[in-house]
Ligand binder design. Sequence first.
Ligand SMILES: NC(=O)c1ccc[n+]([C@@H]2O[C@H](COP(=O)([O-])OP(=O)(O)OC[C@H]3O[C@@H](n4cnc5c(N)ncnc54)[C@H](O)[C@@H]3O)[C@@H](O)[C@H]2O)c1
Length: 452
Amino acid sequence: MPSQSSSFPTPPSVRPADGRLGVLCVGLGAVSTTLIAGVELIRRGMAEPVGSLTQLGTVRLGRRDEGRTPLIKDLVPLADLDDVVFGAWDVYPDDAYVSAVNAGVLDVQRHLEPIADALRAIRPMRAAFDPTYVTRLEGTHTKGPIGRRAMLDALRDDIRAFREEHGCDRLVMIWCGSTEIFIDLGPAHSDLDAFEAAIDADDAAISPSMLYAYAALLEGVPFANGAPNLTVDAPALRELASRTGVPICGKDFKTGQTMVKTVLAPMFKTRMLGMEGWYSTNILGNRDGEVLDDPDSFKSKEHSKLGVLDTILQPDLYPSLYGDLHHVVRINYYPPRGDNKEGWDNIDFFGWLGYPMQLKVNFLCRDSILAAPLALDLVLLLDLAQRAGMGGIQEWLSFYFKSPQAAPGLYPEHDLFIQHTKLKNTLRWLAGEDQITHLGVEYYADDYLPEG
Ligand SMILES: NC(=O)c1ccc[n+]([C@@H]2O[C@H](COP(=O)([O-])OP(=O)(O)OC[C@H]3O[C@@H](n4cnc5c(N)ncnc54)[C@H](O)[C@@H]3O)[C@@H](O)[C@H]2O)c1
């Protein structure tokens, strides 16, 4: 096996992915049902896992002339899709079949009817819910206003019961629930004592998503946050995850407009082209769009979408190019489009001698079709991280997020291709393979003049 560079920690040994992996989805809406239905179709050989790096992606190993490019799933031990079993919570009692029909993402005859029995068998558990956190929902299938301590205990009971009932060897939890309203982190989130006291006091500063995440961590279950709400960003939860060796990652699936932005912005930056403004707007008609129509929920999304450009363009380093940038993001709820989001971007940039130019992007995407493979990869890679003993923030999974978590004091990496390299290098490291630096001089050694 090729040697690892001495500057990296020794790669951990990874436990095999034996037995069943339970995937607990918080929220059984458009993304979750598209994920579940997709996995069900794929394992029956009725569909291809398009969009999933873990299922289709390869990693180059060694030199470019060695021709070694195994599939990711052959390089590292990932759970087999046949070993995955899904569970969920939701504020509505609809099973996964009914919810998928309502979400309107997948064709009922082609993609839901053939797997209807499997979908109908997935009935959501009662949600831990506080309507002040998602004002546009009036769900009845909740644990009721029983207080945060009782909600936490009930969630822990749900996790244990699911593990037992489905014979799971390992579990992963993923937040695919609605976007909660924007909150600032405060004293209640600062450490575990304060967090515990706030739960006892039924303090409104503790959001339902934090209760799910806390329940997961206490049960040793890795947690991914697909929405922009601050959840495992709370220092109390982040530190608990590091201390107990449970992997966490977030936040906000990077699926549509932000994915495009984190590809285009590095292009302008790499060529030292300046920018005056970037205006992004969207129309979206699904339940997520309805929730985001509430200004407080939109504020969570806006925060997560806005951070991207500053980090990529570094206006502090390049004030003449990016020091006066106007970045605007809008989402408008427009029911006729359902889950088929349309996004427009207008970029006002300038080149040599300051001459202005424009780039326009019109992206007609399908929100949950883009999100489902990300959710699949995240649960499989979090499970891998746990079997490798990698606790706390999983920065190598930044690839999947609009607002990636990074260690305190570190700026997050937003450039999609740097994130991709980071992810693949982590897989190489886990597999005991050399890192790839793309230096390339090794191929031209004979062309260089001898030293001196
Ligand atoms: N689809 C995408 O491309 C995309 C991209 C980035 C982020 N997201 C985020 O992913 C999340 C899910 O998106 P979606 O399109 O599936 O939304 P959705 O509205 O279809 O589904 C969310 C579900 O969560 C449920 N829910 C809300 N609060 C809950 C709670 N406390 N406990 C349990 N269930 C709860 C709702 O009842 C709903 O069924 C949203 O927060 C969205 O912003 C989606």
